[in-house]
Design a protein around this ligand. Structure first.
Ligand SMILES: [Zn+2]
Length: 603
């Protein structure tokens, strides 16, 4: 049986799941999930069928029509893939659906929080949907679904799907997963969701908690905790303008709603492009136009990533490179060229820094790396984003913007609701831009390591000015106040990133004494400064880093600060271990894995 995806047990020969009906019971007391999944295959099938699972206990598998049991076995867990669920479908009567009941109390996708309020949320990218329900957890599979979530009636549920009803539990609908004594217990409520459009499994998402909402546009509502919802509504007021800019560039917005959910501080990413409802960290709310970049990015995924999806994680740049490109085009329309150029400048710094990070393993500086046996969370980096962006920008420079825009529109309308690989993109590019392979070394871009010689550092007056000021500072010259008075977070971030880590501790202290960067309300600026100062050897900032690491679980910040602490000194290393031991439960399981791998690398 041929594997179709290095990160899935799906064998490529049996049909994939095209529909799933989920019944999920969330138990906050034990942080566990009991569920059943009625899977419908794209065609009737008999014989062996493999599904992906991780940390799931499988209780039963049956033919939902005859109720006959289906023999199954669960393999020993692979550290990257999880466990294979092998089913033997009857040879005599091919089945098109299977009902599986399961439970888990250690799902790598699901984070339960108990304080200050009970809250639970999922993050499935890239291969964690399998820890919520058994599935073909490959982006090559696209499925429609319905979901019944049984939750405490004091809470409400939201989902990246259409909300159908909130109602009382009905006896026996908990089915195999949940007896009526639990399903219909007092104080329980059922939230019913429907997703009519087929999505790859990594876009499956829900959240449960004290969640309220505000309408901010004709198709956008902000959902958040009562304490942040008004601030969030103000921050994201420009969303409809961005959707219109996206539609002008890439065609009609195809998901009906574009709602935004602001999660608790532990949410591990800046944002996650779950369709119909983007998930966001509260750290993007800062009363500053730079916060809109994250929304622009997740919005751009509505076309590139959610409509056209990478076939495997090896093709991840098709999602993120295109989205980073589209994000900057949207930002250019709504905020102007200088803002877009600053974002490109930051991307250029990140790209160079990431290539440096992988200098001992250059495979992961390729646009299309080999991911066999590799956990995508371990090698998550800015390469697919920024090298992907550079590749597309290179093509744009070659053919001119009008031609490239026409090409992109055609690309989206040709492949929407499909999962494609890099080779398909390259073939489509060659077919639609004849001769492009003679003008750009496409193989070097896709298969080569590092940064190709025809990549380009962006040019803009503001970006160049910031770089000059940063290099002057390194030689002892502090920027004049009039030069920085207009700066917001993005400028500061770029300035700090351009200082690099080899400044003196005294320089870091002087910078902070002048501009109070360690006290910035902008998380990006604060983290960039703390990383710089700790890397420079300033122990003065250990306490601030500890406070921050106990408050927020966004992985980018954890990566930067835990690495800086672990690398700076023995004292820093010990502190990193102690902070993690105390903060661990506040981090999403994916973030826990990332911090553990940083700490073991610098043991
Ligand atoms: Zn993205």
């Amino acid at each position: 049986m041929a594997p179709m995806d290095p990160h899935s047990y799906a064998d490529g020969e049996s049909p994939l799941t095209s529909r799933v009906a989920l019944i999920l019971y969330l138990d906050f007391a034990t942080c566990s999930l009991h569920g059943s999944a009625l899977l419908t295959l794209s065609a009737p099938h008999s014989g062996p069928l493999s599904l992906d699972t991780r940390s799931l206990t499988i209780h039963s598998a049956i033919d939902p029509t005859s109720l006959s049991p289906i023999p199954f076995s669960v393999s020993q867990p692979d550290p990257v893939l999880g466990s294979r669920l092998s089913l033997s479908l009857p040879a005599e009567t091919p089945l098109s659906s299977i009902l599986i009941s399961f439970s888990t109390s250690s799902s790598s996708a699901l984070h339960f929080l108990s304080s200050p309020f009970p809250y639970a949320y999922t993050q499935c990218h890239s291969i964690h949907a399998r820890s919520l329900f058994p599935c073909h957890d490959t982006p090559a599979a696209r499925l429609r679904f319905t979901a019944l979530l049984n939750i405490p009636s004091s809470l409400s549920a939201v989902m990246a799907a259409r909300h159908h009803a909130r109602r009382h539990p009905i006896p026996s609908e908990g089915g195999l997963s949940c007896p009526d004594s639990l399903w219909c217990a007092p104080g329980r409520i059922v939230e019913h969701f429907i997703m009519d459009q087929p999505i790859p499994p990594y876009l499956f998402a829900f959240a449960v908690g004290h969640i309220v909402s505000r309408d901010i546009g004709p198709r956008t509502r902000v959902y958040a905790g009562p304490d942040v919802v008004d601030e969030a509504a103000r921050e994201f007021a420009g969303t409809e303008e961005m959707i219109r800019a996206g539609e002008k560039l890439y065609g009609p917005y195809g998901w009906e709603r574009f709602d935004l959910l602001v999660l608790p501080m532990s949410f591990p990413y800046a944002g996650m492009e779950n369709p119909r409802m983007v998930f966001l960290t509260p750290t993007v709310i800062k009363g500053d136009p730079a916060g809109a970049h994250v929304v622009a990015h997740e919005l751009a995924h509505s076309w590139t990533g959610n409509l056209i999806t990478n076939k495997t994680n090896e093709d991840f740049w098709l999602n993120e490179g295109f989205t980073t490109y589209a994000e900057r085009r949207i930002v250019e329309v709504v905020q102007g060229e200088e803002r877009a150029a600053l974002s490109m400048g930051r991307g250029w710094r990140e790209l160079n820094r990431t290539v440096e990070r992988f200098r001992d393993n250059m495979e992961f500086t390729k646009l299309k790396p080999c991911m066999q046996g590799i956990d995508p969370d371990d090698v998550y980096s800015q390469i697919p984003y920024e090298k992907g962006f550079q590749f597309l920008w290179r093509i744009e420079r070659q053919v001119g913007r009008p031609v490239f825009d026409e090409f992109t529109k055609k690309y989206i309308s040709t492949f929407k609701f499909q999962s494609i690989d890099t080779e398909t993109f390259i073939d489509f590019l060659k077919a639609n831009v004849p001769g492009i392979e003679n003008q750009i070394d496409l193989r070097l871009w896709v298969e080569g390591i590092g940064i190709p010689p025809d990549a380009m550092e962006p040019v803009s007056a503001v970006y160049n000015k910031i770089k000059t000021l940063a290099s002057e500072f390194k030689y002892g010259q502090m920027s004049g106040d009039d030069e920085v008075v207009q700066w917001n977070g993005q400028e500061w971030q770029l300035y700090l990133e351009n200082l690099s880590s080899n400044i003196d501790p005294s320089q870091a202290l002087a910078l902070d004494a002048r501009y109070r960067l360690s006290e910035s309300r902008d998380w990006e600026v604060k983290v960039a400064f703390l990383e710089l100062a700790i890397s420079a050897g300033c122990k003065e900032y250990f306490a601030e880093a500890e406070r921050l690491l106990k408050q927020v679980g966004r992985m980018r910040y954890l990566r930067l600060l835990y690495t800086a602490l672990a690398k700076c000194s023995n004292e820093g290393k010990m502190l990193a271990h102690r902070i993690y031991a105390e903060a661990r439960n506040c981090y999403h399981p994916i973030a826990q894995g990332v911090v553990e791998s940083i700490l073991s690398k610098h043991a």
